[in-house]
Design a protein around this ligand. Structure first.
Ligand code: AMP
Ligand code: ZN
Length: 473
């Protein structure tokens, strides 16, 4: 299996630290609002990576945090006159609802920054002891970037270039002595509280952690010092991930993550998504118009390292494509329910053997840096083959074979081809109409038969003055 590693800027053969196991960390959202469709991209992409790794036989420990203390959360809490914790808890719940609707599985662990403060204080203390960090007079603790010569390894920036970009600032520090930082490239590990902000006690001051230290600490706690995959959107490469590497490797003394994966950005109508520019959608808004599985399918049609453009037309096109796959599954189920023969004929056996090639094609695409676009192309070829080779005369075993292979491959992508709830509802309502018709014609036997058939599916009817109501028992 090959993974493109941002560290080396090449596709590398995947070799986990421990055979058969994968330790994976994905930077999660800051929870101060409903998530937007850009945030959904890493969730969908890396959930698919996880699903494929499991399909390939790995046991995956998947950790993804919620950043639940941050300037934006505090600002929102102040605007609403509630606590930061209340804001964070609310949007974590909402985020989980969106994840479920997009078929993004819950992580093995979803740590919260506010529950890991002691670990952060411990790691910062180690960094200070080792000379990689220092506390300024006001209690702010900074990472001493110059103590970590590999700084810049992930973003492929070198320290000297970074320094020269800040020469003026550096001169200013020397002249005024006002800045508390030794160097403009140094970043915050711990900062003093401001009025009305949540804070924790520490050896340096009452305050709260910087953002970067969170992930280093949570990754260490739940996955160990050395992990296999660390992932997030490409905007996180610098400075967030660069800083995480500096903190973790300086504190732990071992390589932090073997493979760094980054998804490209999602744009809307070819423009950067922005609230003020009016091109901005929350996942919830899209969910009002479409089944969110469609958003997932839409995202997976592109390779995760390619920029992805979102527009209403592209969603409509994706809808038709996904419909093609689902219709094929529905058709197979219909034929199966009416199949006369059980076992495959020799011709069917030969066709089924040949169709195994689609699974291989799918796997080959996924093994090549998770090329979901090509994997979906393999699914479409399977659909085409199934449509051509199955009919009313097919055996049950042959139809099952296609349906199961289709479910297997779409399942790896986190897409369901099960009968849709909406379709089920329509079928139920159709049966109710038939029953009303039967009653009108005084065919009570038929009416009772339909009621019993519905009951067998767990549907209970209630005759009311306004008409027939139904519910799932
Ligand atoms: P944030 O809450 O801003 O830290 O973002 C959470 C995750 O969403 C990070 O991995 C970001 O890189 C990612 N992200 C934010 N905006 C976009 C976007 N427009 N396209 C793709 N990923 C994004
Ligand atoms: Zn992070």
């Amino acid at each position: 299996m090959k993974i493109y590693n941002t560290l080396s800027r090449t596709k590398e053969e995947f070799r986990p630290v421990e055979d058969g196991k994968v330790r994976m960390y994905v930077c999660g959202p800051t929870v101060y609002n409903l998530i937007h469709i850009g945030n959904a991209r890493p969730m969908i992409v890396f959930d698919t990576v996880r699903r494929y790794l499991e399909y390939a036989g790995y046991e995956v420990n998947y950790v993804s945090n919620f950043t639940d203390v941050d300037d934006k959360i505090i600002k929102k809490a102040m605007e609403e006159g509630v606590s930061a914790q209340e804001v964070a808890e609310r949007y974590i719940e909402e985020c989980k609802k969106d994840m479920k609707a997009m078929n993004v599985r819950p992580a093995t662990t979803h740590p919260l920054a506010t529950q890991e403060i002691q670990g952060m204080i411990d790691m910062i203390s180690v960094l200070i002891e080792k000379g990689h960090a220092y506390a300024a007079k006001d209690g702010t603790v900074y990472f001493r970037t110059s103590s970590f010569p590999q700084y810049g390894m992930l973003s492929h920036k070198n320290l000297e270039d970074l320094e020269s970009g800040h020469r003026k600032e550096k001169e200013a520090i020397k002249v005024t002595g006002e800045e508390t930082k030794e160097d403009p490239l140094d970043f915050v590990l711990w900062k003093p509280k401001k009025d009305g902000e949540p804070y924790w006690e520490s050896p340096w001051c009452d305050g709260r952690p910087g953002w970067h230290i969170e992930c280093s600490v949570m990754s260490k706690r739940y996955l160990g010092d050395e992990i296999d995959i660390h992932a997030g959107g490409e905007d996180l490469i610098f400075p967030h991930h660069e800083n995480e590497i500096a903190q973790s490797e300086a504190a732990n003394g071992v390589k932090f993550a073997r493979y760094w994966m980054h998804n490209a950005f999602l744009n809307i109508d070819h423009k950067k998504m922005s609230k003020s520019a009016g091109n901005f959608f929350t996942v919830r808004e899209i969910g009002e118009k479409y089944d969110l599985q469609l958003l997932r399918f839409f995202m997976l049609q592109a390779h995760y390292r390619s920029p992805l453009n979102f527009s209403a037309e592209l969603m409509e096109a994706a809808k038709n494509s996904l419909e093609r796959i689902r219709t094929a599954a529905d058709h197979l189920r219909f034929l199966e329910a009416h199949a006369a023969a059980e076992a495959m004929t020799p011709q069917e056996e030969a066709a089924a053997k040949e169709a195994q090639a689609f699974r291989e094609q799918f796997k080959e695409a996924m093994e090549d840096d998770f090329n979901t676009a090509d994997a979906i192309a393999a699914v479409f070829e399977l659909v085409r083959d199934s449509n051509q080779k199955t009919n009313e005369g097919s055996s049950r075993a042959f139809l099952r074979f296609y349906l199961e292979l289709l479910e297997e491959l779409t399942g790896v992508l986190g897409l369901s081809v099960a009968p849709q709830e909406q379709e089920l509802d329509e079928k139920i309502e159709e049966m109710i109409r038939e029953r009303q018709e039967a009653r009108k014609n005084k065919d009570f036997a038929k009416a009772d038969e339909i009621r019993a058939a519905l009951l067998a599916q767990g549907i209970v009817l209630e005759d009311t003055r306004e008409g027939v109501k139904w519910k799932r028992a």
